[in-house]
Ligand binder design. Structure first.
Ligand code: UDP
Ligand code: MG
Length: 303
């Protein structure tokens, strides 16, 4: 029952001309050795280089498909597009830059076949610079403590999972980074395998330092979605109540001083701040109530 019938390998790429032929060659050799049926889906995320002549002879074979996006839409969109065309029961995500080693595929297969639904790579020999490493450590700490993540290296792009999980876990926008966590929350059995991580030799990384910023936003949205999507008032209510409370106290203080100490209100900027905080607090609480209403109506429809 746990045996994988067919592996669909997803390779999103943008300007990876020098890497693609080496990758496809290595991948094919490795996949043949596994004895499984397989397909390789190369998803061209709006590449501007002339990569086609170097891989044309591969693409004509029936196990390798080339899917082209009209323009650069991002890795997440490329992966989502690839999944639409995937026919295997196991999906493997892999980067095109030769940083992931096809030799590790057999460990993924073994782990999935031993009963796991989602297996994420863990790069134990990371080739990132120290800023990224520090960021990853902080992110891991946050994910462990606040999102109960069981993963050591959630950002590792090398991963394999049973296609069936996509019935419960939506892949959209940038959330491919949090797919392992989403699978975990949906009750799937998740695990990790150690994978090799080689330095990039050809081409440039597609992400600069802005990757850290995007990662932070993604982490916050994951935090919000997984913690509060079903109970938005817990989040908005808390924030709103704090602001409302501070504003209310300040108002009470200003009023007390006006009545009992004769401090004239036109000289009190604190009055303006207090009113502002009270209104802001109410607005935020109202947003939470509207959120609750949406969740309620959505679930009512389902029943
Ligand atoms: N990639 C893509 N579209 C993008 C950015 C990246 O298809 O907009 C691909 C890229 O070609 C590579 C993979 O996603 O195959 C990972 O990108 P990269 O190696 O640049 O990321 P890093 O390893 O530096 O995080
Ligand atoms: Mg890379």
């Amino acid at each position: 029952m746990n045996t994988i019938q067919k592996i669909s390998v997803m390779i999103p790429f943008h300007d990876e001309k020098d890497n693609l032929p080496i990758l496809i060659d290595g991948l094919q050799k490795e996949l043949l050795q596994t004895g499984k049926k397989y397909e390789i889906l190369l998803i061209d995320d709006g590449s501007l280089d002339t990569y086609l002549p170097s891989i044309q002879h591969f693409v004509n074979s029936d196990t390798i498909q080339l899917i082209k996006l009209n323009r650069q839409m991002g890795k997440g969109k490329a992966l989502a597009e690839g999944i639409i065309h995937a026919s295997g029961d196991a999906i493997l995500f892999m980067d095109a830059d030769l940083q992931d080693d096809p030799a590790d595929i057999s460990s993924f297969i073994k782990k999935i076949e031993s009963g796991y639904d989602f297996v994420n790579g863990h790069r134990y020999t990371r080739k990132d610079n120290s800023i990224i490493k520090l960021y990853s450590l902080t992110a891991r700490w946050f994910l462990h403590n606040y999102l109960h993540s069981p993963f050591t290296d959630i950002n590792c792009g090398f991963k394999m999972f049973r296609k069936q999980i996509l019935e419960d876990v939506a892949l959209y926008g940038n959330n491919f980074r949090f797919l392992p966590l989403a699978a975990f929350y949906e009750g799937y059995r998740v695990g990790e395998v150690h994978v090799e991580n080689k330095p990039r030799i050809h081409g440039k990384s597609k992400y600069g330092i802005d990757k850290l910023f995007v990662g932070l936003i993604d982490m916050l949205s994951a935090y919000f979605l997984y913690k509060f999507a079903e109970k938005p008032l817990h989040f908005f209510g808390g924030v709103g109540a704090i602001l409302f409370g501070i504003g209310g106290l300040a108002l009470a203080w200003v009023t007390y001083e006006r009545i009992f100490m004769g401090v004239l209100l036109y000289r009190r900027p604190a009055l303006l701040y207090a009113i502002f905080l009270v209104i802001l607090g109410i607005q935020i609480i109202m947003t939470g109530i509207i959120g609750e209403l949406i969740v309620y109506l959505h679930n009512k429809k389902k029943i």
